[in-house]
Design a protein around this ligand. Structure first.
Ligand SMILES: Nc1ncnc2c1ncn2[C@@H]1O[C@H](COP(=O)(O)OP(=O)(O)O)[C@@H](O)[C@H]1O
Ligand SMILES: [Mg+2]
Length: 315
């Protein structure tokens, strides 16, 4: 975190200094400028804008109604389903370990393990400023790459109750799921799915509802996550875009860390900045630059513990 802070602070200072300099002395010829070594110059602006800020603390929790939540009970009572994953977006399902994009997810995995040595990190929220930036894509593939390690149990949760997509990517049913649990209609066991991937479990978004913000804020999600964390090594949570709606910032308060997805050449810098402002400094653990072109992108260096580029995967 401190490296993110330092780098972004430096970037802001450099920008401010550059603007002040230009205002005073007019245009500076390219040959007179410093060599291109600063973070501000080398990182995409939108990504640099996805830096930590401040926010408030979490609220109350409502007790869950279900009985003992043991691994045996989970395995016996969750739904065993045959998923039909979308091979275009589910990079690890086609059996090709070298498929384009898979290496970046392995890098992201090792960044997260590295971070976990320094902080408590199990429940990770994936978010971004706007729709279509790759939150669901990143969440689904991250969960898969984490589950590929022998003996690991990973829970993937679709908490985007407004525009759920994970069930489509995995090729499975959308309900019962999160919304049904938050309404008190279902217990933990009945919303959890198991598919063909050893170690990977999934909770879909559930039946479509109109009161997403109220449900997400009612405290039951925190209870669900507390119960799940005893049985899982990682819990990966997909969320709605954080600029138009408040769900993601509410969800973040029940998680250990937030990973912000920034879409290469797409996320406007002011939107990335606004998204960042939704989350407290300490909760933003990393930034994923999604959709880069490996061959042409100049952004080939890793600056931060969890800064990872994810290339555009073309089928
Ligand atoms: N790196 C990528 N390579 C290929 N397709 C991608 C990539 N990132 C996102 N997509 C595709 O772009 C679309 C939008 O991504 P999605 O993850 O659903 O965005 P969000 O969850 O932020 O709304 C989906 O069809 C997804 O499969
Ligand atoms: Mg999504």
């Amino acid at each position: 975190m401190s490296r993110i802070h330092e780098a972004l602070k430096k970037a802001e200072q450099e920008r401010a200094a550059a603007q002040a300099g230009q205002a005073q002395s007019g245009f500076v010829p390219a040959a007179d400028r410093e060599p291109a070594t600063s973070v501000a110059e080398e990182l995409p602006e939108a990504m640099a804008a996805a830096a930590p800020s401040s926010s408030a603390a979490f609220t109350a929790a409502i007790p869950a109604a279900a009985g003992p939540f043991s691994l045996d009970a989970l395995l016996a009572r969750c739904s065993h389903l045959e998923w039909k994953p979308d091979e275009k977006t589910m990079l690890f399902f086609n059996g090709d370990d070298n498929a384009r994009g898979t290496e970046e997810f392995r890098t992201l995995r090792s960044r997260l393990y590295h971070l976990r040595e320094k902080m408590s990190l199990k429940k990770i929220l994936l978010t971004s400023a706007l729709p279509k930036e790759g939150k669901s894509f990143t969440a689904a593939n991250l969960a898969q790459v984490l589950a590929r390690q022998p003996g690991r149990r990973v829970m993937l949760i679709d908490a985007d109750l407004r525009g759920p997509r994970l069930h489509l990517m995995l090729g499975t049913t959308a309900s019962p799921g999160v919304s049904d649990y938050l309404r008190g209609n279902n217990d933990e066991f009945s919303i959890i799915q198991r598919g063909p991937v050893e170690g990977l479990f999934f909770i879909p978004s559930g039946h479509q509802i109109s009161e997403a913000a109220e449900l997400v804020a009612n405290g039951r999600l925190k209870v669900l996550l507390q119960r799940l964390e005893a049985l899982f090594d990682w819990i990966i949570i997909d969320s709605p875009p954080s600029v138009p709606v408040s769900d993601a910032s509410i969800l973040a308060k029940a998680c250990d860390g937030v990973v912000m997805v920034v879409r290469s050449n797409a996320t406007p810098i002011d939107m990335a900045r606004r998204a960042r402002e939704e989350f407290p400094d300490e909760s933003l653990v990393g930034v994923v630059l999604n959709g880069t072109d490996t061959e042409t992108s100049p952004y080939t260096r890793y600056y931060y513990d969890t800064y990872v580029r994810v290339t555009e995967s073309k089928s």
